[in-house]
Design a protein around this ligand. Sequence first.
Ligand code: NAD
Ligand code: G6P
Ligand code: MN
Length: 438
Amino acid sequence: MVITIAGGGSTFTAGIVKSIALRREELEVDEIRLFDINKERQDKVAVVVDWVLHKELNTDIKLVVTTDVQQAYTDASFVFAQMRVGGYAMREQDEKIPLRHGCVGQETCGCGGMAYGMRTIFPMIKLIDDVEKYAKKDYWILNYSNPAAILADMWHKRFPELKSLFICDMPIVIELLVAATLGYRHADLAFDYVGLNHFGWWRHIWNPQGEDLLPKLRDHLLSERPLTLFQDEHVNADWIPTFERLRKSMRLFPEFLANTYLQYYYFGEEMVAHEDPHYSRANRVIDTREKSVFDECRRCIAIGSAADSFLCAGVHGDFIVDHARAILTNRPFRTTVNVPNRGLVPGLPADAIVEVHGQVTAHGVEAFGVGELPHFQRALMVQQNAYEQLTVEAALEGSYTKALQALTLNRTVPSADVAKRLLDDLLAANRDYWPVLK
Ligand code: NAD
Ligand code: G6P
Ligand code: MN
């Protein structure tokens, strides 16, 4: 059983490999392959991965590290995709160009998400073509690459039969935070979530007695009692204000708990004011997560050991492994997935990609319908989905007009004039990556 990680040089690779290795019996994995287009970056990560697999956990899982697609995908059963097209250098542009125009600058929300999507659609099509050519007949692609909403839309438009799951760890991270804050185990709670990727709401949180805990959570947030942040990576200057802003979302719109990413759509002005256009989130990730991962790789290489390394398994790695395990063993796993709507959310197009709860088994995902939504949430979703679909159509058809319509529709952009100026700047910055727009 071969699992290939596409984007092997990612800052998240070591954590994912450790999750796989810790659960190797459930997955019956024989071989892990790392594939990346950046050999130098991937080779550094591979040293730590090799150590985790063969020294720390003492497994006999074979490790292959390659930049050759045939070697990467031949007979693979799973491809875990997590690529960042253009790297952090282009993420910086995605964030800083909108900020210069007074608009939200974020890698997946607003104009930045559009630019990242336009860059990633064709490399993702290439990845699928390569996997289709070489992998096992019944392969699965489990995708973390962003912007997930746009990529999932392309995927279902272009490859409707593909066995794929588009997952995001934000809902599970928020659910774990809610469980810890309210003093429950996550596994003992049932969550009801509906939205689009990075754009959704929890309507109910039931405990084992059938009590809806949302009112308790609302009181907790509004009375300024502390949140239980349980992951080191979230105890920092970017994530703490993000989680704290859940209180403001709840104060303004108390009926549901919002996904943290809605802060960019609800509070655009505040988010822009909060950012330094010369030092954005990309810079902070470069100076923190990326630096610490590669410092750690260097340290491990120097001392020939990663025995006390922090590059450990966590929610992010466990979550993708949970999905693979459910597919392999047919033991159901309840999760949030991004799937074509097909009536799950009334009032949204059938082909909109929605993020809802569902159950993953060997047969794929069975998503749960959510019934009627209030005007506010439904209308926000309709508008955001139209922006997402127009972005994909703009890329696939090479249409400047559709790209302009997409940006004009995005709630983070105030007018068509601003949208046009932004589009032209983004186009210029992305000329090596975007399809030609006519
Ligand atoms: P990173 O830049 O550290 O790693 C990405 C890797 O992808 C790099 O090594 C890069 O060389 C490689 N790459 C670029 N283009 C490629 C291509 N065409 N084929 C193969 N590899 C390619 O980025 P990161 O911060 O570790 O994030 C990786 C990806 O995972 C991003 O898309 C990020 O947004 C996404 N992500 C998603 C979630 C989620 O919950 N949805 C969580 C974390 C990260
Ligand atoms: C969350 C989101 C991801 C995002 C990740 C890292 O987990 O769901 O989509 O990629 O955070 O974001 P960062 O800004 O730290 O790179
Ligand atoms: Mn995400």
